[in-house]
Ligand binder design. Structure first.
Ligand code: ACO
Length: 347
């Protein structure tokens, strides 16, 4: 009998910092209002990391929970993949820091820079490593502390009201199955990753970016005192352009992925979109002709947590009974770059 190699998510973890910041709290810090933020984004509140915590600490908590859920220890992963746009250090990345804090000695730890698509790209990369036969167990993590790279002021309000701090993680394990991709896709007793879609368009790089500090042309140092004083390190965003591209790219990525496998939208049990704006997700849902009950959103509680949104949704959807073993799940992400991704799997 021929067998195929698949990867399966065997444990998911999350971490939410305790401190919350409501829209009303923000209106004390800048010229904004609860009504403006809710209406434009769907966000009610977000969580803010304690000063004692770094991004790698948030990732560590989520990683530990995912390993425990998978019945594994820190020694078990053959590879760690981490995604963030808000690392503890300019370099090295958070992967090696989480590896050290976990006590996973000498395990390769790689950072994947896909911004809001980071976790989706980590899943695709981990799946490829497992299917190639190189690794059996891979820990993937998305973690962010946005609250330290945004400005809680009227100047920064177009960005700062949208983001929050959190982490999510998952453990992927090799499994062998008599199924091929086609039969696995249509067997509700199967559990595993099916396929992925990834894309990028660097012509949008400046539409959502932190450009300084950096080594771009025309600058003789990473950052100057003048730039630091003027907070040149804050994110810049053309919200309307990002919105338009996000709706288009996320819906196209899902459609491409589903068409590749002749899956009709009504066959999907649950859709988890990246949580950047509830209006983006409603428009993507409509383009995909999915009913609201097949879409999982939690942006109202956490805001946009970038690389953590998808594992955080997976964790909560499972806990709430919205995501059950064997369910056909599709995810979609879009982020700075521009980057985008979609994953198709049976839970
Ligand atoms: N509170 C009050 N007013 C604000 C705020 C705020 N927090 N932020 C901006 N404004 C003002 C602006 O100054 C502007 O005023 P003006 O018209 O007098 O110049 C006005 O509100 C802008 O209003 P709209 O154009 O109607 O805003 P819009 O409906 O485009 O919503 C938003 C803005 C929420 C940013 C939207 O464009 C959006 O969500 N875009 C996508 C952003 C995104 O998802 N980014 C991250 C995705 S990728 C990733 O996750 C890394």
């Amino acid at each position: 009998m021929t067998v195929s190699i698949f990867s399966e998510i065997t444990g998911v973890g999350h971490y939410i910092p305790q401190k919350t910041l409501s829209n009303d709290d923000l209106s004390q810090l800048m010229d904004t209002s609860d009504a403006w933020i809710r209406e434009r984004s769907g966000i009610h509140e977000r969580h803010i990391a304690d000063l004692k915590e770094g991004t790698s600490d948030l990732g560590l908590h989520a990683a530990k929970e995912a390993l425990k859920a998978a019945g594994m220890t820190a020694e078990d992963p053959d590879l760690i993949l981490a995604a963030t746009l808000s690392p503890d250090y300019y370099f090295p990345g958070i992967g090696v820091m989480i590896q050290d804090k976990l006590g996973a000695r000498d395990t390769p730890a790689m950072d994947i820079r896909g911004q809001c698509s980071g976790f989706s790209w980590c899943l695709a990369t981990a799946d490829a490593f497992i299917r190639s036969g190189q690794y059996r167990t891979i820990l993937v993590i998305g973690a962010e502390i946005h609250s330290r790279i945004i400005e809680f002021s009227t100047r920064g309000r177009n960005v700062s009201v949208l983001f929050g701090d959190a982490a999510g993680a998952a453990v992927l394990r090799r499994k062998e199955s008599p199924h091929d991709i086609k039969t696995a896709l249509h067997d509700p007793t199967f559990s595993g990753l099916i396929d992925h879609e990834m894309g990028s368009d660097g012509s949008g790089a400046d539409l959502l970016a932190v450009t300084r500090p950096g080594c771009s042309s025309g600058h003789d140092s990473l950052i100057t005192t003048h730039e630091a004083e003027n907070k040149a390190f804050l994110p810049v965003m053309d919200g309307k352009q990002v919105f338009r591209h996000a709706v288009n790219r996320m819906s196209c990525a899902v459609t491409t992925l589903l068409n590749r496998h002749d899956v009709r939208p009504e066959q999907i049990d649950l859709f988890i979109p990246h949580q950047a704006n509830i209006r983006i997700n409603d428009m993507v849902r409509q383009k995909l002709a999915l009913p609201p009950e097949k879409v999982f959103n939690n942006i109202h509680k956490y805001g946009n947590t970038t690389s953590a949104t998808i594992p955080l949704c997976m964790y909560e959807a499972e806990k709430e009974g919205r995501l059950k073993k064997g369910n056909l799940l599709v995810t979609a992400a879009f982020g700075s770059g521009f980057t985008w991704g979609a994953n198709l799997l049976r839970w």
